[in-house]
Design a protein around this ligand. Structure first.
Ligand code: SF4
Ligand code: SF4
Length: 286
């Protein structure tokens, strides 16, 4: 690894950024112009993906069904718009101190449609949105699990990501070669609304993954810890505290042994589940 990348990673660790990966721009070759990093910064050589974990305790109130705002702040709003944003601009300023341009990219869903008109022929209309979760896979940080969320070897589904586009010649992180998801099916089995409709294949930068075919219209109505997308109705709902993903947290901690698995199990009591009629039941083993 070159000295610039080593120093960059050391600075990231020192500032408690939990995950950092570097995707060379060539890993975005298959991405259309209206979602491509070079549509925003044409000289981009490297896409840095950084992540901060959602602590397991942040999910505790939702798991017990007694406190949802802890997750709403420390797992979603504050994590995304404060802690992670501060980390992103911190790393961006470090790169510009080394005289490399660094364009910070917030975590907005790539499904949000353009809201302006193209300013030149051949350019996509603003705003170009980059798929941050797919970028995390392209940067070697994780894979798309069967539950449809990014899983990392360190935290399973418990993290959020932002990006920095830069012309810095950073050393690429290899694509993740080991599997995190073992296709146990706990996510799909725990869904009380039967939103999983079968299987599908996804390939990103040559990395093939088998994932669930999820009906997100069902997830948008889910009352099991999921939330509507806070930025735009076209964006996917937030499912990181939903029953399906909490079941994955439980499985990965206990069975797969992710790197940040804690001393005690996550799920200590039957999980609560709310069906389409709003009726609540307790289900052992979920
Ligand atoms: S619960 Fe099992 S199948 Fe679902 S994403 Fe997690 S590891 Fe994969
Ligand atoms: S978000 Fe809700 S409806 Fe969607 S898969 Fe998870 S538990 Fe099921």
């Amino acid at each position: 690894m070159d000295s610039l990348t080593s120093a960059f990673l050391a600075f990231a660790k020192q500032t408690r950024v939990d995950l950092v990966g570097v995707a060379p721009i060539e890993r975005f070759d298959e991405v259309p112009a209206d979602h491509h990093p070079r549509s925003i910064f044409p000289e981009t050589r490297s896409v840095v993906v950084l992540g901060k974990r959602i602590t397991r305790g942040t999910l505790r109130g939702v798991e017990e069904g007694t406190q949802f705002d802890i997750y709403g702040q420390y797992g979603l709003a504050w994590l995304k718009d404060r802690m992670l944003a501060v980390a992103t601009i911190g790393l961006a300023t470090w790169l510009e101190d080394q005289r490399w341009e660094a364009c910070p990219i917030q975590d907005l869903d790539a499904r949000i449609p353009a809201s302006g008109v193209a300013v030149k022929p051949g350019l996509p209309a603003p705003n170009v949105m980059i798929d941050v979760r797919e970028a995390a896979v392209r940067a070697g940080l994780g894979e798309i699990g069967y539950c449809g969320e990014v899983l990392t070897p360190e935290y399973g589904p418990r993290q959020r990501f932002q990006l920095i586009l830069t012309d810095a010649p950073l050393t690429a992180t290899p694509l993740l070669s080991k599997a995190v998801c073992d296709h146990c099916g706990a996510c799909a089995k725990s869904c009380p609304l039967e939103a999983f409709k079968g299987d599908k294949d996804v390939t990103l930068a040559g990395k093939a993954m088998g994932v669930g075919a999820i009906d997100y219209a069902v997830c948008r109505r889910c009352q099991n810890g999921a939330r509507p997308n806070g930025d735009h109705p076209a964006g996917l709902p937030d499912r990181l505290a939903a029953l399906c993903v909490r079941s994955c947290v439980n499985h990965l901690d206990q069975v797969r042994g992710i790197e940040n698995a804690l001393e005690n199990p996550f799920r200590n009591r039957p999980a609560w589940a709310r069906n389409a009629q709003g009726e609540v039941s307790l289900v052992a083993g979920r």
